[in-house]
Unconditional design. Structure first.
Length: 301
C-alpha cells in the first residue's frame, strides 16, 4: 500500500543508487538530492491527499498516530529502513516529508580523491590516523556527507580486526569488520547516553557514534579517553573549532562546568566537511594538540 501510494516517481528514486534524499514540499513539488548533481526539482507534483496518505501509512507501520494534535512523525520505512520525517498541518501549510536513504555501498577513500572531495595527502592522513588509533570527529552541516565519510573510515578499521561497537539513532553506518556489534537508540527505552555507558561492558576496541546530539558527548569522551582509543563520531558544526564548541554545548546538558581538558585530550583529529552533492569537499583537517588558556590549540593537518 505504501509503495502504491508513493507512485512511480518516488519508487524509482528509492531504487536509484545516485539518489540520497527524496523530498516532497508543502506545494507538492518532488525534489531529489543526488550524489553528484545535488538537489533539484523533478517536475513531478504529489497531491496533498497522497502526501498525507503516505505519512499516515508510515505511521501505521510503526504503530503511531499522526494528526493535527501530534503532527510530526519520525520513523523508518518498512523493510528497507530509510529514515522518514513527515509533518502535517498546522506545523506545515500542507503535508510534507523527506526520506533519507541509506548508502548502498561504501565509498572508499581513493574514490573521494578521484571525485575531488579530498586530496591524496588528506586521504593518506585519515588512513594513518585510523590505523594509529586516533580519535576522529567529523564536523559538518546537514547532508555534507558525515555519515558517508564514517563509512569510508570503517572500511579502513575493518583491516585491523578490532572489535567495533557502532551506536546510532538511525541505522546508516556499515561496518565491514568481522567482529562488530551495532546498537541503536529507542525513544522511551534506551538513550544514546545509556548505550554509551552500557557498551563498556561489551569489550569494545573502538567506539563509533553516528552522530553526537546530546549529553552522551561527555560519556563518549570519557570512554575514548580511558582505554578505548580509535573511535569516530560526527557532530554538527561549520568548522573544526566550531565542532569542539558544539561538544561543549552538548556536555553542558549533563554538567555545568565544561571539562575542556578532557575534550582536548580525548579528541585527536577534527575533519570538517562542507557543501552538498557534487560540491562536497573536505574544508579542513586539524589536530587537537591541547589548550591555550581557555581555547583549543589546533594545528592544521
Amino acid at each position: 500500500m505504501l509503495r502504491t501510494a508513493m507512485g512511480p516517481a518516488i519508487a524509482a528514486a528509492l531504487e536509484d543508487p545516485q539518489v540520497i534524499e527524496v523530498m516532497v514540499n508543502p506545494d507538492g513539488a518532488l525534489w531529489l538530492d543526488r550524489l553528484r548533481s545535488g538537489r533539484a526539482p523533478t517536475g513531478v507534483t504529489v497531491s496533498p491527499q497522497d502526501a498525507e496518505r503516505i505519512i499516515r501509512l508510515v505511521a501505521a507501520h510503526v504503530r503511531m498516530e499522526v494528526h493535527a494534535g501530534d503532527p510530526v512523525l519520525s520513523a523508518e520505512l518498512p523493510e528497507t529502513g530509510e529514515r522518514f520525517e513527515g509533518l502535517l498541518p498546522p506545523v506545515a501549510r500542507a503535508p510534507t516529508f523527506a526520506i533519507r536513504k541509506h548508502a548502498r555501498s561504501v565509498i572508499p577513500l581513493p574514490q573521494y580523491v578521484a571525485d575531488g572531495v579530498m586530496t591524496q595527502a588528506q586521504a593518506d592522513l585519515l588512513r594513518s590516523a585510523v590505523l594509529e588509533r586516533k580519535n576522529i570527529v567529523i564536523v559538518g552541516g546537514t547532508s555534507t556527507g558525515k555519515t558517508t565519510l564514517i563509512n569510508a573510515l570503517l572500511e579502513v578499521i575493518a583491516e585491523t580486526r578490532d572489535r567495533v561497537i557502532v551506536l546510532e539513532d538511525t541505522v546508516e553506518l556499515r561496518s565491514l569488520s568481522d567482529d562488530h556489534v551495532a546498537l541503536r537508540t529507542k525513544p522511551g527505552v534506551a538513550t544514546m547516553a545509556r548505550l554509551v555507558r552500557s557498551i563498556l561492558r561489551l569489550r569494545p576496541d573502538r567506539i563509533i557514534v553516528g552522530e553526537v546530539r546530546g549529553p552522551e558527548a561527555l560519556d563518549l569522551l570519557k570512554a575514548w579517553g580511558t582505554g578505548h582509543p580509535g573511535g569516530i563520531a560526527s557532530i554538527h558544526g561549520d568548522s573544526a573549532r566550531g565542532g569542539l564548541f558544539r561538544f561543549e554545548q552538548l556536555i553542558q546538558e549533563a554538567v555545568v562546568t565544561v571539562p575542556r581538558p578532557l575534550i582536548a585530550e580525548a579528541i585527536d583529529l577534527v575533519v570538517c566537511l562542507e557543501g552538498r552533492g557534487g560540491a562536497r569537499r573536505v574544508r579542513e583537517i586539524a589536530w587537537v594538540t591541547g589548550l591555550e588558556g581557555q581555547d583549543y590549540r589546533l594545528e592544521p593537518a
